[in-house]
Design a protein around this ligand. Sequence first.
Ligand code: ADP
Length: 320
Amino acid sequence: MNRLDAVAIGELLIDFTPAGVSEQGLPRYEQNPGGAPANVMAGLTKLGKRTAFIGKVGEDAFGRFLTGELEKHGVDTGGMVFTGEAGTTLAFVSLDASGDRSFSFYRNPGADMLLQESEIDWERIGAAALFHFGSVSMTHEPSASATLRAAAYARREGKLVSFDPNLRPLLWPDLDRAKRLILEGLTYSDVLKLSEEELHFLTGERDLEAGTRQLQEQYGTPLIFVTLGPDGSFYRQGERTGRVPGFAVKAVDTTGAGDAFFSGALFRLMESGKRPEALTEEELGEVCRSGNAAGALTTTRKGAIPALPSREELDQLIRG
Ligand code: ADP
């Protein structure tokens, strides 16, 4: 197995996104690959890193489309599992008047939620410097146990472990369970990325300083990011905190901005060659700026994976 810079485990599904209206007044749909951990791998690949994705899809045209899309974007799919037990997960996206997205799932749980611990490609995790995961694959068993066992293994093997809970409250039958599993995920994580809503959900705090302090003290997480939309991002590394302003761009579609942020920030962190706890204040600023730039660029184009920036675009926006 060749060395990999990063590997992710998680959900992989098709998003049916509204694209206009038919003559009968029905929505028309575009089919796009969905799944935050895969987006982060595609983001890192576009910035020049070698990545792989581990997940499960159905033995159907949707599953073949998804693996084909990842491969097209340079993400290794040798660790993916095809199953006849269930179809590939499909999600229908609705947009409300303000452009916010909500999802209805067809076949939930679909194939991606049926990934078992015995099917995990441990060799690929062993070959990677960074392991990345989220919480959508923790909404059902057996993929919840598989995801957490993989994260625990990566931590034991000394990998850099990054976690984006990416909480989708409607996917969880029980939010207490969501909190418990996300907090377990935190115990394996070196780098955590949250939205303000997720920070509030996990800590009961709306204050960035107080909420991140609580998590840092309880779980010892070396580096925590909170993304702030157009306002950029906040970080906490031990006692050190900071806010890094966002880039002013003309946003057309914010889909995947959080995933782009994380790929930009992780890219810069990996380039530093340092553990997150060893970054200087200046380097922390650079890591957040790289995340902010990747997030901002992604909002200027439609879709998630196709909107992710290249290394040249990222450098150009940061240099100004
Ligand atoms: P999510 O997509 O998870 O809701 P955010 O909306 O906070 O996350 O976006 C992630 C990052 O992308 C932000 O921290 C910011 O750097 C960048 N970003 C998001 N929206 C905009 C925007 N309208 N203009 C500029 N940057 C943005």
